[in-house]
Design a protein around this ligand. Structure first.
Ligand code: SF4
Length: 297
């Protein structure tokens, strides 16, 4: 039982009448020789780290090592509790603050789960932990959800990339959003097909997004793009759960994302030589952090 494309995964789901996470578990058992209990134990560990990083970012006065970011997640959470009716509604505003919390913990050298990368590490916990809070979803189902996310991430990694340096931010935060969207659909009772439609929509929504971290640090605009990624996941899941499908199938969207990423100039692929990193303010901030050194890393 193996798959490397989305359509192969869906065929297996249909043939065995199983959900995405169940097929992924079977694949892992065969390929790596691990048991279901071992797979779930590893995911439980990841889930605990995700929960701790969300909690830390929401409750502590975090400051990144460079000083570029910190405290935004807590501000959002404080506002959400104060106004009672956030502009984006409860679920979306929670997903925003929770995803940003993890990015801040990462930027402060705290412990996070790089799922699929450190730069996009807020999107999956931000989305899943919000869903757990709002819909009373237990850890067992979240663990299954993380396994579903890993299936989607594995397909993207095999056929494209999840690295900003290779494919721009569309590859990093787009992939994380696609993974989170697929899980959201599954947790809300949607079909495997709907999960991949949601994943496709996420990537389509930010196709071409460049990677331009200020001073070459995974902090800004990364933190806000994690908030956007969580919102993207929820929006796409909502659309797919309503039965709306992606005109372009998931596999073709993944291939396109890779082609678009490879066609981005190197200035817009994590080198911090273009985009927001190359604005007067971006250059000034880099100089303040690193002095006059040519290389920031
Ligand atoms: S801007 Fe670049 S470093 Fe920042 S999250 Fe996006 S891909 Fe990652």
């Amino acid at each position: 039982m193996n798959f490397s494309k989305g359509h192969e995964l869906l065929d297996l789901c249909k043939e065995h009448n199983k959900k995405i996470y169940e097929i992924m578990i079977e694949r892992e058992k065969i390929i790596s020789g691990t048991t279901e209990e071992e797979i779930k134990a590893a995911m439980r560990e990841s889930l605990e780290i995700m929960k701790a990083s969300v909690n830390k970012g929401l409750t502590e006065n975090i400051k990144s090592v460079s000083g570029l970011i910190g405290g935004a997640a807590k501000k959002l959470e404080d506002r959400r509790e104060k106004v009672r009716q956030p502009v984006c509604g409860s679920i979306m505003s929670k997903a925003i603050s929770r995803s940003m919390a993890v990015l801040e913990v990462n930027a402060a050298m705290g412990k996070i789960v790089a799922a699929p990368t450190a730069g996009s590490s807020g999107i999956i916990p931000g989305t899943l932990i919000t869903l757990a809070e709002e819909f009373n979803i237990d850890d067992e189902r979240l663990i299954e959800g993380l396994i579903t996310a890993s299936a989607v991430g594995m397909i993207i990694s095999k056929n494209a990339t999840v690295a900003g340096a290779e494919g721009g931010c569309q590859a990093e935060t787009g992939s994380a959003a696609a993974m989170a969207a697929a899980v959201t659909v599954e947790l809300m009772g949607g079909s495997p097909e709907a999960s991949l439609h949601a994943a496709a929509m996420c990537i389509k929504n930010i196709l071409g997004l460049v990677c331009d971290p200020i001073a070459g640090l995974v902090e800004s605009p990364c933190e806000n793009r994690n908030a956007l990624g969580a919102a993207n996941a929820l929006i796409s899941a909502e659309i797919a759960l309503a039965g709306v499908t992606s005109l372009i199938p998931f596999d073709e969207v993944v291939d396109t994302m890779y082609k678009v990423g490879r066609s981005l100039p190197m200035e817009l692929r994590e080198t911090a030589l273009g985009g927001l990193a190359d604005t007067p303010t971006g250059r000034r901030l880099k100089e303040e952090i690193f002095g006059n050194k040519k290389e920031s890393r």
